[in-house]
Design a protein around this ligand. Sequence first.
Ligand code: FMN
Length: 402
Amino acid sequence: MTNIIDTIKPFYPLAFKAIRGNLEGTQKQLLNTLQKIDRSRQGFWGQWLISQLSESLSFSDSRLSQSLWGLNFPNPVGLAAGFDKDGLGAGLWHNFGFGFAEVGAVTLEGQPGNPKPRLFRLPEDLAGLNRMGANNLGAPVLAATLQQSWQRQPRQIPIGINLCKSKNTPLEKAPEDYLGSFRYLFPHADYFVVNVSSPNTPGLRSLQSGEQLDKILDILQTENQGRKPLLVKISPDLEWEDIITIIELAFSYQLAGIVATNTTTKRTGLTTTILPETGKPITEEAGGISGKPLRERSTEVIRFIYQQTEGNLPIIGVGGIFSLDDAWEKITAGASLLQIYTGWLYQGPWLVSNILQGLTEKLEANGLTNINQAVGINNRPLEKIKNLPLGKESRGSIHESK
Ligand SMILES: Cc1cc2nc3c(=O)[nH]c(=O)nc-3n(C[C@H](O)[C@H](O)[C@H](O)COP(=O)(O)O)c2cc1C
């Protein structure tokens, strides 16, 4: 019998074009529908829909599975933070073929985010522009949502939570704010990401500076005591010396890894000049660019981290993955895991299984037997700026490149 998800496939590009003006609303509807499906997973229709999703979108091969931080990742392709901020689809992401998923960003207090419209497609650039501003229901609500979800069905893939500072919390109180969310959410996820790189929360990216990040990591790791993997997510707009400082902190606080990268505030290389929805030049529109224009820089940052750490710090690579080649590029530059967002929207949910199947072919072509053997194989010879790991000294300030 024909699979219902497969029947949608030929119409997906048209449908994606048609939702042009209301991408945020459509995403919200999808997430609400997913939550309904998850809640009715015991019933006939729930079960049927879930099996249709898996049948159409999943791809399983033991060569793609790897163990990291004591967690089993059935494949290296994950859902990036920001799509499922409130964890509504948390129990279903494995049915979409993902090997892991990161929910959030969540803040300690619920917050509405920035005024709409705040999410735009730039089709000529295969990109997105967003200034959502971490709209979410808050850590206590996410904790309850996830708890209910895991009661219905235990976690099938590793689930991460992306933690962000509440907009109303002053920057100097950021450590306590992150800690508050971490405490609420601790039992409900497998790993946590300190998001100090979203361009849409005023001043947030200044928390990437050594001194500020030090305090956040200190308070979180003191609470954590090594029980859950903690990562930091960085901006693509940092200078190398700032990334070095973050790597030093990652070692001194025994972080599990770095997520590279978030969206960029740069507007270079874009074909789009005017944002049709507002009629204003793209250079005057606030927000972060995701998708294709980010691909190269994100890979460059991954390559840099891999080189400086000699592959000793796992990297989750994210930014502009639209195809198998994009995925392979990031893995062979040094990413152990990948995340996708914008490419998944443009290409449709079949992108995940297409990439996964392609990865198995790449492994064969390169004589490799597991995906972890591919990590970093195309990295250039080491050009280290500094010998790492270093101590806690030399915490500079952040220089966002213009
Ligand atoms: C609408 C939107 C919302 C996002 N929200 C978050 C977020 O809350 N936290 C975060 O760390 N990254 C967030 N991101 C960044 C993505 O997780 C990802 O790092 C970035 O989009 C690059 O990947 P991509 O090119 O595959 O989209 C968001 C991205 C988009 C497009």
